[in-house]
Design a protein around this ligand. Structure first.
Ligand SMILES: NC(=O)c1ccc[n+]([C@@H]2O[C@H](COP(=O)([O-])OP(=O)(O)OC[C@H]3O[C@@H](n4cnc5c(N)ncnc54)[C@H](OP(=O)(O)O)[C@@H]3O)[C@@H](O)[C@H]2O)c1
Length: 267
């Protein structure tokens, strides 16, 4: 796909991004804004998104903000439908909203963490794509982008909810890619390594190749432009992920035995 696809209406191209109030989502919005694209931005904290858009000096016809909780199917589907009605069919849809919370299966309340994580990171991702899938396939162009994680590669102790959800994002997007094959629509699975955002700010373990969100966003958009089906960013984490995948289970378990754990809810 070209960086600035020609819209049928002659308007500048449109990107729909969930999780636009913070971190990676906001950085992606900034890259597309700098290219002159129109923005459809989704979050629960719409005030943060509106303040960001004002600070960027974006004209009102360039950006619309949609309030939605992606874990509530009706909410995010309605946001997608409002976007189509008011701004048109996006050229790129990025299902980025996500949460990352530690869990301990021995703690009853952490089952709710697993439930919330799957509702946000998985059901929310599919529900983000849902209102657009048929229409972009009929149009014959566009990109549906799922934000997974290198945490999808192996299950890390104390992080079962997140690792399971991101492994499911990878498998789900692979299924969707097959469903879109031949339609002209690209399905792009991005696996960020460690990116400096509020989500990683309190991680009590080393984060190799930690990358600023703006750098990640620039590389992510390049991967989307290229129509990459699967990309780990930064690439160094791609190598680490391959090595991790290849480690025998006993070695992997021993390597991560003493590692700090993602804080649980309330910690
Ligand atoms: N940072 C990393 O190192 C890293 C690594 C791998 C993958 N990722 C993935 O990248 C994505 C973005 O993460 P980030 O690092 O930018 O985190 P972040 O700074 O915490 O931002 C998360 C975003 O998701 C939105 N969100 C969370 N739950 C939501 C819900 N129920 N409904 C609607 N929006 C929701 C938040 O918006 P509101 O709270 O305003 O709704 C916020 O804009 C996530 O999918 C994350 O798993 C991040």
């Amino acid at each position: 796909m070209s960086p600035t696809p020609a819209s049928a209406s002659g308007a500048s191209p449109l990107v729909f991004i969930t999780g636009a109030s913070s971190g990676i989502g906001q950085a992606l919005a900034a890259v597309y804004a700098a290219r002159g694209w129109r923005l459809a931005l989704v979050a629960r904290r719409t005030g943060e998104v509106e303040a960001w858009a004002r600070a960027q000096g974006l004209a009102a016809d360039r950006v619309q903000v949609y309030a939605a909780d992606v874990s509530q199917v009706d909410d995010i589907v309605a946001a997608g439908q409002r976007c189509i009605a008011s701004q048109g069919l996006p050229d790129v849809v990025i299902a980025n909203a996500g949460i990352s919370v530690g869990m301990d299966t021995a703690q009853r309340e952490d089952l709710k963490v697993l439930q919330d994580t799957l509702a946000t990171n998985n059901i929310g991702l599919a529900a983000t794509f849902h209102p657009f899938v048929d229409a972009v396939r009929r149009r014959g162009s566009g990109a549906l982008v799922g934000i997974a994680s290198v945490a999808a590669i192996r299950g890390l102790p104390g992080h079962g909810a997140y690792c399971a959800s991101k492994a499911a994002v990878v498998a789900y997007c692979e299924s969707l890619r097959g469903e879109c094959r031949g339609s002209g629509v690209r399905v792009v699975t991005l696996l960020p390594g460690y990116i400096a955002t509020p989500l990683t700010a309190r991680n009590p373990y080393p984060m190799p190749f930690l990358m600023p969100a703006a750098t990640f966003a620039a590389r992510a958009v390049a991967a989307i432009d290229a129509g990459a089906s699967y990309r780990v960013i930064p690439w160094q984490m791609g190598l680490v992920a391959k090595l991790m995948r290849a480690l025998p289970n006993a070695w992997f378990d021993a390597l991560f035995a003493g590692r700090g754990r993602k804080p649980r809810r309330g910690e």
